[in-house]
Design a protein around this ligand. Structure first.
Ligand SMILES: [Zn+2]
Length: 221
């Protein structure tokens, strides 16, 4: 388990699992992830969504990834109750591409849920987990086009790779969104490990792990 490098705002357990974590230590599966931007409150049923949140202690929630970025958020609501979320962001999730809701990518929607409950973005502790980083994330031009629609986009978040096709800095793109949303850079506990560079520790779909996944998960204690 890799733990975010920022102090949590209230007692919680959170982090990013690796190949070394025993399955029984991981949360129950609550999401049927579909590479969209739905963010739901944790309930009893497994639902089709890519983000999940809760205010209840003792309910571990998470997302499963193997190249996409797992995002963890934790902050106090206006009434002091703890709020936590886990989000799954591939390029579609990060950009909101193809989603009927014009609310932007999943990080924007996750933070909007927190704000709707009275939370202030600057109070969130947050972390982007292991994912395919700019060293290996070659993408097509349609991905860059989708990313350019986000108000936080900067052209230095892409650079041509060895093949001439662009490499996207998905972590950098999500961090730019986070800061644009008002999250505090001092509360960024991201774990910037690349899933392709670290096959000893991490699953990578592009590297051939079609079934293995790591979790980004959080539980209020
Ligand atoms: Zn890499």
């Amino acid at each position: 388990m890799l733990t975010p490098g920022t102090p949590p705002p209230f007692p919680l357990r959170w982090g990013f699992s690796t190949r070394l974590d025993a399955p029984e230590t991981l949360p129950p599966r609550r999401l049927d992830q579909v590479h969209r931007c739905g963010v739901v409150e944790a309930g009893e049923a497994v639902v089709a969504a890519d983000g999940i949140w809760t205010t209840r202690p003792g309910i571990p929630i998470g997302v499963r990834v193997a190249d996409c970025v797992p995002i963890l958020l934790a902050g106090p609501l206006a009434d002091g109750r703890p709020w936590v979320a886990a989000l799954h962001a591939g390029w579609r999730g990060a950009t909101g591409h193809g989603d009927a809701d014009p609310g932007g990518g999943i990080l924007r929607r996750g933070v909007a849920r927190f704000q709707a409950l009275g939370g202030r973005p600057g109070d969130l502790a947050w972390a982007l987990g292991p994912a395919i980083l700019a060293c290996h994330f070659e993408v097509g031009p349609e991905v860059i086009e989708a990313a350019r629609l986000d108000p936080a986009w900067r052209e230095d978040l892409q650079a041509p790779g060895p093949s001439g096709r662009p490499h996207l800095d998905l972590h950098g793109f999500l961090r730019a969104q986070a800061l644009h949303l008002g999250l505090d850079p001092e509360q960024d506990g991201s774990v910037p490990l690349c899933t392709v560079c670290r096959p000893d520790l991490l699953y990578s779909y592009r590297s051939g792990d079609t079934t293995g996944r790591q979790w980004g998960w959080v539980e209020i204690l």
